[in-house]
Design a protein. Structure first.
Length: 151
């Protein structure tokens, strides 16, 4: 799949997001993203059916349990678990999906297209979360230099 900078920008402009794949373990990648999006001013909701609280916030069992509609859903879960979440997002009228590196799969990408959803697949959100910090700034520079950033 080829990601477009337009879709990435549109996703990042959604100020209310659900993060599917947070954990009780604060050191997990989903929790890092959750904290950093929150710190950047996003309103974020944690999704994990096995947790009641994450990072001191209420955690929800699924998208349908959220107290309000979100603009986008970021998936940080195994690829084999993404399609049901994508289908739930579509049923709820959520149009933006981000399949974080490691969550992407041809099946998930195809299902997003079939449902008419805007999808970013296999990109690291840290490359686009402003301000771009630390090692991600170097990665972004190198990807730009070698023509690997989405256009």
């Amino acid at each position: 799949m080829i990601n477009s900078q337009k879709t990435i920008n549109e996703f990042m402009n959604q100020r209310t997001l659900a993060i599917v794949g947070v954990s009780r373990n604060k050191d997990k990648f989903g929790n890092m993203i959750y904290r950093d999006l929150k710190k950047a001013g996003y309103k974020v909701f944690a999704i994990n059916p096995q947790a009641d609280m994450v990072e001191g916030d209420r955690c929800y069992a699924g998208l349908g349990a959220l107290p309000e509609k979100v603009g986008g859903v970021m998936l940080i879960i195994p690829p084999t678990k993404t399609v049901p979440v994508i289908e739930e997002a579509a049923r709820l009228g959520i149009n933006y999906i981000w399949l974080q590196q490691g969550a992407e799969s041809p099946e998930a990408e195809l299902r997003c297209r079939e449902l008419g959803l805007e999808v970013v697949s296999g990109e690291c959100v840290y490359m686009y979360l402003k301000p771009v910090e630390s090692i991600h700034k170097v990665h972004r520079f190198l990807r730009r230099l070698f023509g690997k950033l989405p256009k």
